[in-house]
Write a protein that binds this ligand. Structure first.
Ligand SMILES: Cc1cc2nc3c(=O)[nH]c(=O)nc-3n(C[C@H](O)[C@H](O)[C@H](O)COP(=O)(O)OP(=O)(O)OC[C@H]3O[C@@H](n4cnc5c(N)ncnc54)[C@H](O)[C@@H]3O)c2cc1C
Length: 377
């Protein structure tokens, strides 16, 4: 059987390796439009590559379809597979990393395993079109054409386009009449309506709550990074993927700047000290100035520290996002990830409408979908 894979990213390469292990006679060719394979992997986890998460996956993915596949090819199965590629791993809290703490280790090991298995990776090949015939599928690139029995599309979403997933292929999906759920940037910073320039660069460990149309819908603890025109940090990234699902709603972000200090204790301190002393005693000086300039009454001052509010304006663009929210509708694929519209065409990874919070879960989906398809093609 001849299998053509579009995209030498996390899911495409993982699929090819796994498939070759179980079906050594299959001929697998991977077409990649960048000049090198696996460029995005090098950028993951700040260059350390957070490969997975040992924690529960309950409520992690946007759709039960993805949870079921990741549950089947779970953390332990994936770790075993990754280790079998000579990537030695370790856990930092629940996060799985290569022991080397370098994404280069992961990229090199995946490429070595591909080469050893006889997988052909052809770079600088951008697909223009594919045609599904009765007995074969033909893929046309700018300079060539390829025939195959099965076509696996692992082209990613639209995030970080410089790393390959520029989304251009979605025009082809539309021509083939696939249903595309709105694609927005996820796991990215957000712009807020308030002026945050004076806070640029400050990091705080905070409890952050997201309100949608005045209703509390999400709370998480973690680091917030203030930016010149908005907010960033892992908690904000996780909030961005929730907002990206429904951009039309009104969102407020409330930040408890002192999660470890009770409002009551602040009240007692304030009964003996001025607001200025309270702010200077507890907060980063720039945050203290920012709140002081609001000229608040004593009782609202504590509410402000325990719930500094920001109004969501818009998401940062795809060039700043780690994942795409949206993609090919999951209703367009069967349980084994084959298209319901076109026989012998399959989809993997982020081009499908699947996303998850930070913490290794997105690579887990890319890998789980790859291992699942390799077993069920
Ligand atoms: C900066 C950054 C950090 C991240 N960190 C983490 C992390 O630590 N942990 C985690 O779990 N997730 C992380 N992610 C998310 C994770 O990298 C992705 O979810 C995952 O790579 C998706 O895998 P994929 O195979 O579906 O797509 P991709 O890895 O994007 O691969 C798609 C491939 O297809 C190629 N391609 C696209 N279109 C075409 C075409 N028309 N013709 C030919 N080739 C094409 C692309 O060039 C690319 O090589 C991060 C993402 C970014 C951007």
């Amino acid at each position: 059987m001849k299998i053509l894979v579009i995209g030498a990213g996390a899911s495409g390469i993982m699929f090819a390796i796994s498939r070759k292990r179980s079906h050594p006679k299959d001929e697998i060719v991977v077409l990649e439009h960048l000049d090198k394979p696996l460029k995005k992997i090098l950028a993951t986890g700040n260059g350390k590559c957070n490969l997975g998460n040992a924690g529960s996956i309950k409520d992690v993915y946007n759709d039960e379809f993805a949870s079921l596949i990741v549950d089947k090819y779970d953390f332990h199965t994936q770790r075993e597979f990754i280790e079998s590629l000579n990537i030695k791993t370790k856990l930092i809290d629940n996060l799985l990393y290569p022991i080397s703490e370098s994404a280069i280790t992961v990229r090199n090991a995946l490429l070595k395993a591909s080469e050893k298995a006889g997988i052909k990776i052809i770079c600088n090949e951008e697909i223009d079109e594919y045609v599904v015939n009765d007995n074969y599928i033909e893929v046309f690139t700018k300079s060539s054409s390829y025939k195959c029995d099965k076509l696996v599309i692992a082209s990613g979403g639209k995030s970080s386009p410089k790393l390959g997933s520029d989304g251009s292929i979605f025009n082809i999906f539309k021509e083939h009449r696939y249903q595309i759920e709105n694609i927005n940037p996820g796991l990215c910073p957000i712009y807020v309506k308030e002026k945050t320039k004076s806070l640029d660069g400050i990091r705080v460990k905070a409890d952050v709550t997201l309100f949608k149309n005045d209703k509390k819908i999400f709370t998480e603890s973690g680091e917030v990074l203030f930016k010149e025109h908005g907010l960033s940090g892992i908690v904000i990234f996780n909030i961005s993927r929730i907002i990206a699902r429904e951009l039309d709603a009104k969102y407020k972000i409330s930040i408890d700047l002192l999660p470890s200090v009770d409002a009551e204790d602040l009240g007692i301190f304030l009964s003996f000290n001025s607001p200025r002393v309270l702010l200077d005693s507890y907060l980063n000086p720039k945050l203290a100035d920012y709140i002081y300039e609001k000229n608040l009454k004593s009782h609202t001052l504590i509410n402000e520290i325990k719930g500094l509010k920001f109004t969501f304006d818009k998401l940062y663009g795809f060039e700043f996002s780690q994942v795409s929210v949206g993609g090919i509708s999951l209703s367009n694929v069967k349980d084994n990830l084959e298209s319901i519209k076109e026989k012998n065409v399959y989809f993997l990874g982020e081009c499908l409408n699947v996303d998850a919070p930070c913490g290794g879960y997105n690579l887990m989906w890319a890998f789980a979908s790859a291992l699942h398809l390799a077993d069920h093609m």
